[in-house]
Design a protein around this ligand. Sequence first.
Ligand code: UDX
Length: 446
Amino acid sequence: MKKPKVSVLGIGYVGLCTAVGFASKGYDVVASTHDAEKAAKINKGVPPFHEPNLKKLLEETIQNGNLTCLINQTEKAVLETDLTFNAVGTPSKPDGSIDLQFIETSTRDIGQALNQKSKYHVVVIKSTVVPGTTQDLVKPILEKESKKKCGSGFGLCMNPEFLRQGSAFEDTMHTDRVVIGEYDRQSGDALETLYKDFYGENMPPTIRTTLSTAELIKYASNSMLATKISFINTMANLCEKISGADVKIVATAMGLDKRIGPLFLNAGIGYGGSCFPKDVKALIAHSKNLGYRLELLEAVESVNKAQPLKAVEFCKELLGNLKGKRVAILGLAFKADTDDMREARAIPIVNQLLEEGANVTAYDPVAVPIAKTIFKNKIRYAASATACLKNADCCILVTEWDELKKLKPEDFTRSMKQPVLIDGRRIYDPEEFSRKMKFTAIGLGH
Ligand code: UDX
């Protein structure tokens, strides 16, 4: 079977991993973005963000000509291919609801291209969009611009992705499930056939359903994971009031119950990133519009908002007034293996420390250039963890980088003015560290 040609609109984590994934398996892939700087990097084989295991395959696929990235040429991308994944961004508006402007403009461009095309083409929405968007917004725009009927004139699917930053490429190549929301059977068949060829023998379980169910599956999944995190964080906060209680052991034991499972029960300073905060907010706002208040998710969000500030509270309990105190921040990115600082827990922590008059020095293996655009010269940036700890009165561990997990109590005691450590991600052994320094951690009873 001749492989269909694939176009990808938007080259954020989802778009680029999808594009490189298909190109690495021999498909001809044309990507298109409005961002000329990013396109130039991609066409040189350089990923525009830090993501492990992407660089080599991006380089290879650009060199062998399987992947090209165009600037603002959606029509060309659609005309040259058989199927288009739309992976443009869907940011939040100030009220938390979803901003669909990029979906609207890109859909208009796709529709205009479909108008010039006689061959059947499938449009696949991969961006995270609130339930109803593909049916009620995307389909009418496509029909109006193409002057064709959805189903017979072109195909339409909604195909959410579940990739995690830091392992985005592996998650694209090996997913737990494929979800295909389809306008009609022919559209769903075309996408399922493509994935069967892509995954071969490793085709994961596939759910075929309606467009809006597929849209909700993405929000429900992210909301469930965010709920697990806020749940374990409330248990952590409770543990702190109970002598001898430790949330880490509670989570380990809970996780052995097959009905609960061990993942996403790491207590700490809360979740950040480009998905959980945005998606939980968007679902709350969407549901409110539909006349149903998502009280459970409102609580998930408010627990998460308060959680990072607990690290600063600990700091004040241990040091007293923070004015003029030197605080070392280890880790800035919203999680390990990424340089992304969107909704990073480091942001409220650093801002609160500055508010309290502390002098902040921070270290992160890759996120410093992005952090500089946020904190500017309000904080100092260290070139290593050891340099960051030098003469500090207190250290807050913010991001669970492997490199930071390897630090020993001596690394802190040797460099710091006062060896005081707050473990915001539960990566250190409380017994070992408490013996050698003043140590506290989220979810540790005293
Ligand atoms: C998430 C989902 O996992 C992914 O399926 C979806 O497609 C996009 O959103 P991502 O945001 O990349 O992926 O990171 P994830 O690993 O889920 O972590 C999100 C945040 O939760 C991070 O700040 C992380 O530190 C935090 N977290 C995660 C916890 O605090 N505790 C945990 O147990 C797990």
